[in-house]
Design a protein. Structure first.
Length: 354
């Protein structure tokens, strides 16, 4: 049983904590918060032991009536691995703290790649060897890696070109923008997302450009991949349909965007309406010669969650990657597929969350 701590119970941290708690081979020892806000209350209501991320704020928690079980140092002494889900940039500052406790650590994609011994994606990255720390690549890079890895294996990727329309902020981030505009973010082309993908798929040529839009639900990717061979459209659809962390949206489902996707996820019982899979519009998958085109949406709050679970096993156990992915998929109910999919070849329907 791997004892896991989550440092930072926010947008990603609360989802990782729930996912850890669902694993039969992991124990969630506790989670941290920097201040006694509604997130700290939510952690306690879910039965998680709460720790103060900053030592000198213990009194604030006690005054608020949310007495913590200890501090981050106490949590680190009790775990086999820590998952850092702090805001971007804070993880790099936490690295020295983890090192002082000799605690293996997993970081998120908001950190620079050199924060850890290796970057990680369950579908794309190679053997992590004797790494003492891993960085799960960003939500956009996770989505692209899941897509490009099978395409490269099956057909070879000569060049991938992706335009990302990014959400302005998560639903709770009221200080983010833009409010009434669509802006290049960054204005430089290509953007940093391609190099991030290359930390787990170093031999795949990929260029990215990014825009930021006044939405909160999901990211949208417009993808063009020049393949080394010429598969048919139907063949590519079958290939991608066999990937458990890709959801091919059937045309007859009448799902036209992120709002309907989130509504669908909630209706089939997904906690928080989360979509752990890439959501690819099946009718958008089109092959012309060696050029493949498609649209996909990536749920930035959720798609890295299963990758964190697989990263924990990669860092702390000898469980084969395929076995870990299968167990993570089973425990979380990953493998979303519509009963409206053509041909009746859907996977088992996902049960509603208990």
């Amino acid at each position: 049983m791997t004892r896991v701590g989550v440092n930072g119970y926010g947008t990603i941290g609360k989802r990782v904590a729930d996912a850890v708690a669902a694993q039969p081979d992991m124990e969630l020892v506790g989670v941290t918060k920097a201040s006694p806000n509604y997130g700290a209350e939510a952690a306690i209501r879910r039965g998680y032991d709460l720790y103060a991320a900053i030592d000198d704020r213990v009194d604030e928690f006690e005054t608020a009536g949310l007495t913590p079980s200890g501090t981050l140092d106490d949590l680190l002494r009790a775990v086999d691995v820590i998952v850092d889900c702090a805001p971007s940039g804070i993880g790099a500052r936490n690295r020295a703290i983890y090192a002082s406790h000799d605690t293996p650590a997993i970081y998120q994609g908001g950190e620079d790649a050199d924060v850890a011994d290796a970057s990680f994606n369950a579908r794309a990255s190679g053997d992590v060897g004797d790494a003492d720390s891993l960085r799960v690549v960003s939500c956009n890079s996770t989505g692209l890696s899941r897509l490009l890895a099978p395409l490269d294996e099956a057909y070879g990727v000569e060049k991938a070109r992706v335009t990302l329309v990014r959400r302005g902020g998560d639903p709770s981030e009221t200080d983010r923008g833009p409010i009434n505009d669509v802006v290049p973010d960054p204005a430089t082309v290509p953007s940093h997302h391609g190099p991030d993908v290359n930390t787990v798929l170093p031999n795949v040529a990929v260029d990215t450009a990014a825009l930021k839009a006044p939405v909160t639900a999901m990211h949208t990717h417009s993808v063009n991949v020049t393949l080394e061979t010429e598969p048919s459209t139907a063949t590519v659809r079958r290939l991608l349909g066999d990937e458990t962390r890709l959801f091919l949206i059937p045309e007859v489902a009448n799902i036209d965007g992120a709002g309907a996707l989130k509504d669908y996820a909630a209706d089939v019982g997904r906690p928080r309406g989360d979509l752990w899979e890439n959501c690819v519009w099946e009718e958008s998958i089109s092959v012309q010669g060696r050029d493949l085109y498609l649209f996909q949406n990536v749920h930035q709050e959720a798609d890295v969650v299963p990758e964190n679970i697989d990263a924990i096993r990669a860092l702390t156990t000898d469980i084969p990657r395929e076995e870990s992915v299968a167990l993570t998929n089973e425990t979380l109910g990953i493998g979303l597929d519509s009963l409206l999919a053509d041909g009746g070849t859907v996977r088992d329907p996902v049960a509603a969350d208990d």
